[in-house]
Design a protein around this ligand. Structure first.
Ligand code: ADP
Length: 256
């Protein structure tokens, strides 16, 4: 009887511990949902007044280019532009973080995505006299996924490489099929990221402590968007970097 009582007591304790754990998981999930919802609502609410401000600033600009207040208007337009970028990134992060938002799964050719992105960064790369090395092969590199999200994933990595590499540097964009995956690499010989900074790299709003990198405009949301999109596509993202030498991001996305 003593043994049975003992076993029963142990079983009860395990059941209680399990129940506590389940409650904790539920609470954490509710908090995560709340955070996503809050970000989505706030950024949505901010988007409309921001469009009104930038629309009006644009109209003011058309009125009189010689007006002495032009410089103030231009400063306001730059500020609003930066704010709009933060709000757009937040909206996107909220959208891709929302588990109720289903992932579209159409065949997307990463080679074409990379080519489109490269065309977009072409002028800023040229103005910094960067060498763009492109190794994409001739075959389509199809992965099932959301075309807009995959475009954003590649765009964020490539624009970072261009942004954080000094004049005369090299940016490499390579992609190839490896067994059941497509592997995309975006490398540069730019500023690099310290080991300490690599720890927080994919968290929302993370920006480095490197003053040269901080002198570039940014929201600290780009890589958290990258990580969330990769996760939704059941892939992996890794970084390898050394300060003053360069950085390579490797994204592995399953083909099936
Ligand atoms: P943002 O570029 O808007 O600051 P990201 O989330 O894209 O935000 O990047 C976070 C930080 O990681 C950047 O502030 C920068 O310091 C660092 N970083 C990202 N990509 C690179 C890169 N290719 N080379 C050096 N640093 C980088």
């Amino acid at each position: 009887a003593l043994q049975i009582g003992h076993d029963l007591g142990a079983a009860l304790m395990t059941a209680r511990a399990l129940e506590r754990e389940r409650n904790l998981v539920r609470e954490l999930q509710q908090l995560a949902d709340y955070r996503t919802q809050l970000i989505a609502t706030l950024s949505h609410e901010l988007r409309t007044p921001l469009s009104v401000i930038s629309g009006n600033l644009e109209m003011l600009g058309e009125l009189d280019l010689e007006h002495p207040a032009t410089q103030y208007r231009e400063a306001m337009a730059r500020g609003t532009g930066r704010m709009a970028k933060v709000v757009d990134d937040l909206l996107l992060l909220a959208r891709v973080s929302d588990p109720r938002h289903p992932l579209e799964r159409t065949p997307v050719d990463l080679r074409l995505v990379a080519e489109d992105v490269l065309a977009l960064v072409g002028s800023s790369a040229r103005s910094k006299e960067l060498t763009l090395r492109v190794e994409l092969g001739d075959e389509p590199l199809l992965v099932p996924g959301d075309p807009t999200e995959l475009d954003r994933l590649v765009a964020n990595l490539v624009s970072n490489a261009v942004k954080y590499t000094g004049s005369g540097g090299t940016v490499v964009v390579a992609a190839a099929r490896r067994a059941a995956d497509v592997v995309l690499q975006v490398g540069d010989d730019g500023l690099g990221i310290s080991e300490e900074d690599q720890i927080g790299l994919f968290s929302p709003f993370f920006r480095t402590t490197n003053p040269d990198a901080l002198s570039q405009p940014g929201t600290g949301l780009g890589l958290s968007i990258v990580a969330t999109i990769v996760e939704r596509h059941h892939g992996r993202v890794e970084v390898s970097s050394r300060v003053g030498v360069g950085t390579t991001f490797t994204v592995t996305l399953p083909v099936a």
